[in-house]
Write a protein that binds this ligand. Structure first.
Ligand SMILES: Cc1nn(C)c(C)c1/N=N/c1ccc(/C=C/C(=O)NO)cc1
Ligand SMILES: [Zn+2]
Length: 370
């Protein structure tokens, strides 16, 4: 099993400032300066654990490149690209669109590297140079809509890669699973009317963007039914997620018969994340990855590429990221997660009736996938 792995130190230099990502420091309000929730640390620590664990030696290293204007415009408007270019030329940088997504001077170049990195990882999979791949990129992308960035996201890295390989390699049917804890609104909006791109988002109900990711958001026109949303209640653990996988994700992908599977892979559904209230552990992510590998083997010769998104606890996210990469690489002696007994041993992590109730609403909707 050849697994591509893409990371670059420049991703750690994407500057998101010191307003903790949400509220600017203001002593009058008691708000102290602190690094942005979306900072380099979690990504660097995933990479360092991949290296120190020795798993790096079982991976095929891929190198990012900068996405061109033409590639970015496969998804985004000229106005959005111009906004980022203008901000990037400012002495102190700019913001991707919502005031919560800052970047430093020259920041567009790192944004291009993230989008280009996911294009390279996806192309390596489609060309068969690797069986599957993980693009440990930054800034994230799944909230970026065609006309604006948001939620720490500058460009829709995964969406751009999907359209890029469709254009250069003729990939037709692409299934996108977003298991970041926040709704994958950007990817969904990009492919809203596209029956050749199935978007499935597993997320905590209405955490971010506000009032987004409802079961009733299903796509439009020819794309009706090809957007699937599973808004899971706060506190959902492995039982709820794996039931969502087995009752929604797998049947949807089986009906869709993709030529390629892409994942917006955030780890902020982990039990310790500061920006959500779910309860997954590293074994949850390993199990979901193993299920996806089976689906990819069944439908598309194992073609599976993952784009890094959120995940904010620097202590625990590395173990979640390593578990996914070990599963992709078929590592049979995975590193033991010391926190699993603590975070996975709590009560209530098995499937709960109110979680089943959400899945019961989604399952019948899959009949519209052909
Ligand atoms: C709502 C709201 N209202 N206000 C004032 C603020 C500051 C609000 N939340 N902002 C947020 C909360 C969470 C994220 C997570 C992004 C991520 O990890 N995506 O994968 C982004 C922005
Ligand atoms: Zn997230």
């Amino acid at each position: 099993m050849a697994t591509g792995y893409l990371y670059h130190e420049l991703f750690g230099w994407h500057d998101t400032g010191t307003n903790a990502g949400l509220f600017p420091a203001d002593h009058r309000a008691g708000i102290q300066p602190f690094q942005h929730f979306e900072n380099a640390e979690t990504k660097r620590r995933i990479h360092e654990l991949v290296v120190v664990s020795g798993v790096i030696d079982r991976l095929t290293r891929l190198e990012p490149r900068k996405a061109t204007d033409e590639e970015i415009l496969l998804v985004h408007t000229e106005e959005h690209l111009a906004r980022i270019e203008a901000g990037s030329e400012q002495p102190k940088g700019g913001d991707s669109g919502d005031g919560l997504s800052p970047f430093g001077p020259g920041g567009i170049e790192i944004g291009r590297l993230a989008a280009g990195g996911m294009i390279e990882a996806t192309a390596a999979v489609v060309e068969g140079r690797v069986d599957n791949a993980y693009a440990l990129i930054r800034p994230p992308g799944h909230h970026a809509e065609p006309d604006t960035g948001m939620g720490f996201c500058m460009f829709g890295n995964l969406a751009i890669a999907a359209r890029a390989v469709r254009r250069t390699h003729g990939v037709e049917r692409i299934a996108v699973l977003d298991w970041d804890v926040h709704h994958g609104n950007g990817t969904q909006k990009t492919f809203w009317e596209d029956p050749d791109t199935l978007t499935i988002s597993l997320h905590q109900d209405r955490v971010f963007p506000p009032d987004s990711g409802h079961v009733t958001e299903r796509g439009a026109g020819a794309g009706l039914g090809y957007a699937v949303n599973v808004p899971l209640p706060p506190g959902t653990g492995t039982g709820g997620y794996l039931s969502a996988f087995d009752r929604v994700v797998a049947p949807a992908i089986d009906r869709f018969r993709p030529d390629l599977i892409l994942v917006a892979s955030g780890f902020d559904a982990n039990a310790t994340d500061p920006l959500s209230r779910q309860a997954l552990t590293s074994s949850s992510y390993r199990a979901m990855t193993e299920r996806l590998l089976d689906l990819a083997a069944t439908h598309c010769d194992g073609r599976l590429a993952m784009s890094h998104e959120g995940g904010y606890n620097p202590v625990y996210v590395p173990f979640c990221g390593l578990a996914v990469i070990e599963a992709l690489a078929g590592v049979t002696d995975p590193l033991s997660d010391p926190y699993e007994p603590i975070f996975g041993g709590m009560a209530g992590l098995d499937l709960q009736p109110h979680q089943t109730a959400v899945l019961d609403r989604v399952v019948p909707l899959l009949d519209d996938i052909h």
